[in-house]
Ligand binder design. Sequence first.
Ligand SMILES: NC(=O)C1=CN([C@@H]2O[C@H](COP(=O)(O)OP(=O)(O)OC[C@H]3O[C@@H](n4cnc5c(N)ncnc54)[C@H](O)[C@@H]3O)[C@@H](O)[C@H]2O)[C@H](O)CC1
Ligand code: K
Length: 499
Amino acid sequence: MKIFSASKIREADETTISRQGITTGELMERAGTEVFLWLKKRFPDKETVFHVFCGKGNNGGDGLVVARLLHNDNYKVVVDIVEGTGNPSEDFTANFEKLEQNNLACNTNEAYEYKKHKIIFLDAIFGIGLNREVGAEAKEAIQRINNSAVKIISIDVPSGMFMDRKSDIAVHSDMVLTFQFTKLAFYLAGNCNFIKEIKILDIGLDKDFIANEPTQFFLTDRTEAHQRYRPVPAHAHKGTQGHALIIGGSYGKIGAVTLSSKAALKSGCGLVTAYIPKCGYTIVQTAFPEAMVLTGGEEHINTIAFDIEPKAIGIGMGLGQQPETQQAVLEFLKHQKTPMVIDADALNILSYNNEWLNMLPENTILTPHPKELERLMGSWEDDFEKMEKIRAFAKEHKIILVAKDAFTIVACNDRVHINSTGNAGLATGGSGDVLTGIITGLLAQSYSPADAAIFGVYLHGLAADIGVCETSKQAFTASDIINYLGAAYLKIEAEKAQK
Ligand SMILES: NC(=O)C1=CN([C@@H]2O[C@H](COP(=O)(O)OP(=O)(O)OC[C@H]3O[C@@H](n4cnc5c(N)ncnc54)[C@H](O)[C@@H]3O)[C@@H](O)[C@H]2O)[C@H](O)CC1
Ligand SMILES: [K+]
């Protein structure tokens, strides 16, 4: 799904208004109606009290439409107009006048006579138009909302959240009902306390505009994942499904390379060879009998040489950083042409030798966690700068950067793909090793590097989303990601079959 900037969203609005021959007020009515219908379905009990906080811009206008529709449908509605939210917009004013015509009073400050659990706060103070720091009055309203113990639903965006820079204070929403497009700011680590759940409401913006307008940002949702997914051909055999080579491991870290190798095979490739130091030979052969094993070095890898022809290579998991290993990795990378995923210690070795980055074959995939990312490309001030640096870094070195985080980012071909699956259960040792294995396995199956990275990250998160429902987040382990890969594939198959 495309992610547009606030200015592109405004353009989508204007195009829709002109192509569909409607007024801005009619579009606002449509947006408000979608919110109303969603609320009505979710909260059918007419004793529900909706306390609507409205700013004076168009987001507040949406709030007024919702308040009126709820009131006319016999819900209990309280409206507060928040001061210090700019000059009233035309459509805000028009809807404000309609409140009175519908006998709905504002700012009555009535104490609720209702039981607390039936109150919902609707947040319509600011939308995508926030363009300066929030002033005292709006801040007070945001704090009042946040300090309440009731359910908070934001219209379009949590009020106070900037779309293009770091936000200091914003509403902590339980649910954001956002119009037509998801927003980049929703996925940034610094904004994680502001949103629990997102629901995108279709308000009928112009389809051609959406399809044709370019953007650099995408959400890897179900549709994007399905487009990249490649079912196993009916006449496949192990020779056609690709051979993955996983290079890593050192004394005490053979588990990393074992996990990675298993994940590669479970992602669907035909054959897996693990290249490890000798100390791991019996461990890998025993723990993972499906793998073939090659060795180099005793307790750490000191040379990388083989006469097999893998279709993809994953390197770095549990590798260690012994001087001999560093030398072996650099020598190896120098001559590589095979599609490759570079992770963990192999990444660290690269970051001490930054000039080597330009020698990597085009579209090599790098999978750093935040600390490894910082070592590679330096630090960042905030999430927006981080995103920009990731994009520029991938472009400069002609590589694919998979920046692992709560919402993992894949930067490739001057585009940024934000993943939508996964959960805190993935914050567990070895989950990165599994991801590298999955991506390498997909590469071996002839997925393009971009598809392997984007779909691999999605699949990894989906396995965790399915898995934690049965294991809990606490008890979920990296091995569980591998165990639930099958369920993730089946879910994708079932979704595709439903279409
Ligand atoms: N396609 C859509 O998404 C639609 C969106 N709608 C809604 O419209 C808002 C955007 O409306 P806009 O009037 O541009 O902005 P806001 O309501 O977010 O508020 C801007 C308002 O507030 C002033 N302002 C900005 N920052 C501050 C500040 N820190 N302190 C005080 N005042 C501030 C600014 O000058 C404006 O006056 C979008 O989010 C949707 O909710 C349409 O209704 C339907 C289509
Ligand atoms: K809002």
